[in-house]
Design a protein around this ligand. Structure first.
Ligand SMILES: [Zn+2]
Ligand SMILES: [Zn+2]
Length: 70
């Protein structure tokens, strides 16, 4: 069975399939990520808040400045 991967918005709950076009969230304009920004693991659960491999948070907190330019 082939695994499905997703890209998720780093700000809101929006997500789409990895193979779909578009790099930015149509809801809030934030960048979409397809992998964990800490360990690079692909995202197979679009509802996850944290990476299951390294525990890093997928989404930025609202009052957190973007320090990661991945
Ligand atoms: Zn968004
Ligand atoms: Zn990770």
């Amino acid at each position: 069975m082939k695994k499905k991967y997703y890209k998720i918005c780093t700000k809101c709950q929006y997500f789409s399939r990895e193979e779909e076009k578009g790099r930015f969230c149509p809801i809030c304009g934030e960048k979409l990520i397809t992998r964990c920004r800490s360990c690079g693991e692909k995202i197979d659960n679009p509802y996850a808040e944290y990476c299951k491999i390294c525990g890093a948070k997928y989404r930025n907190d609202e009052n957190e400045n973007e320090i990661n330019n991945y």
